[in-house]
Design a protein around this ligand. Structure first.
Ligand SMILES: [Fe+2]
Length: 280
């Protein structure tokens, strides 16, 4: 396991330790799925499912021994298959794991279709009503910190999520937010767009000027709507929100969304990477 450590000072009496894991991308399929899915599994896993699962088990064991919670920000599975769903459902029964979905949780053949709420809900039904834990919204209080998780996996937040976040803020506890897709921040955008071949930044809340270099498809895919922009305003203006944990980009990055609000992007779990966030 490649462990990164980040420290956040918010004035807790006793430290809270979160192990942040994201983008595990389990890619199993067997005779219960069709040949197309089995071919996809072979291509996407590249023979590394065993290694990926070994890393995941190591991360879980580390969290069970050293942390208050393992927070997983999605793409635990790479696509919907009987074997992936079975494994994910079993893993997520572990009380020590707190999970929110990423875009791949709902992916059927990876990039074969336009992914919107209808696509997401059809996959959700196909899984047997998701993965046995809340997929779109969840909260957990640990050591006096309110961990609030929301699905923003298609680059959008919904108004109902904003309403629920307001209810959580009213509880008065410090909040750690977790979701799959990172929020727009200039240095992160610049870093990503400088990667050779990049046709977008995969960030939530880009304004039209920042969408301009995108391909047409990526601009449509990632353009924020009004509820999404309202959610970002709420997040950036709320002093009880102390940090944002995200994934999706498959690299490590730390930057400030506001002068007081850090956003952590954590690299892929399948590479063995995990971030221990020590909150003091
Ligand atoms: Fe993702």
């Amino acid at each position: 396991m490649k462990l990164t450590t980040s420290t956040l000072h918010i004035g807790l009496k006793k430290p809270v330790r979160l192990l942040h894991v994201t983008d595990t991308h389990l890619a199993y399929a067997d005779e219960r799925d069709d040949a197309r899915k089995r071919e996809l599994a072979a291509r996407r896993a590249g023979g590394l499912n065993g290694e990926t699962e070994a890393y995941l088990n190591e991360q879980i064991a580390y969290a069970e021994k050293n942390c208050d919670l393992l927070v997983h920000t999605g793409d635990l599975i790479d696509f919907v298959s009987a074997a992936n769903v079975e494994k994910a459902r079993k893993l997520l029964q572990n009380e020590k794991i707190f999970f929110i979905a990423g875009n791949h949780e709902y992916s059927r053949y990876v990039g074969e279709a336009w992914e919107d709420n209808a696509y997401r809900m059809n996959s959700y039904m196909e899984m047997g009503y998701g993965l046995g834990v809340p997929m779109f919204w969840n909260t957990r209080v640990v050591g006096g910190v309110n961990v609030v998780a929301m699905d923003n996996s298609y680059y959008l937040f919904a108004e109902w999520q904003r309403q629920r976040l307001i209810r959580e803020i009213e509880k008065g506890l410090p909040i750690i937010l977790m979701f799959h897709d990172p929020l727009f921040e200039q240095s992160l955008y610049d870093y990503h767009m400088a990667i050779p071949g990049a046709d977008c930044s995969y960030l939530v809340g880009c304004d039209e000027a920042h969408l301009l270099p995108y391909s047409e498809f990526r601009a449509v895919q990632q353009r924020p709507d009004r509820p999404t922009l309202d959610m970002i305003d709420l997040i950036k203006g709320e002093p009880l929100i102390k940090a944002v944990l995200t994934g999706h980009l498959h690299f490590d990055f730390e930057s400030m969304l506001t002068p007081t609000l850090p956003q952590y992007v954590t690299d892929c779990g399948y590479k063995g990477v995990a971030r221990e966030l020590i909150i003091t």
